[in-house]
Design a protein around this ligand. Sequence first.
Ligand code: SAM
Length: 175
Amino acid sequence: MGFWVIVLVILMSAVLGFLFFLFLSFVLVPIFWGAPFLPTDKERIERALRLVNLKPGQKIADLGAGDGRILIACAKKGAKAYGFEINPFLVWKAKSNLKREKVQNLAICQQKSFWNQDFSSFDVVFVYGISHIMKKLEKKLQKELKHGSKVVSFVFSFPNWQPQIKENGIYVYNK
Ligand SMILES: C[S@@+](CC[C@H](N)C(=O)[O-])C[C@H]1O[C@@H](n2cnc3c(N)ncnc32)[C@H](O)[C@@H]1O
């Protein structure tokens, strides 16, 4: 009897621990440091790529790469795509999607907070953030991005930076 109670307690602790880790990865950490996972629909991604006139060889970053769909769309246009994602489950999913779509030669996804990445070498930066990070992110990108680079922000706009294009919840900024 005592043995099975211990086994049950261990099993329940493992399940609760796993559920807590899921909650941390999908809700608490992303909301605190960025945005929760909400994928951008493929039509909107294609529209954004047309708006920035993405060209082969350009270097792009997706800030919070989710399941890697923006990286895949960019790599399929010949761009070098770098994704930064804090959720380990989504990094795993993105990597397996890149492999399935056979774009690993052009696209990678790292488990890293975008706040710890320098964006000075990128031509186009994509972000689907949340209102409370936009002011700090605007400052970071204004400081780091090179002249001529572009930022695409889905849904949320920057508080001070004026977008060059504003179309169906897609904001395009020129540096
Ligand atoms: C709204 S989703 C966008 C996903 C993807 N870019 C798309 O458009 O389909 C935001 C993503 O950012 C990730 N995220 C949040 N804060 C982050 C941070 N500080 N660094 C890296 N990724 C972050 C979340 O885990 C989530 O997957």
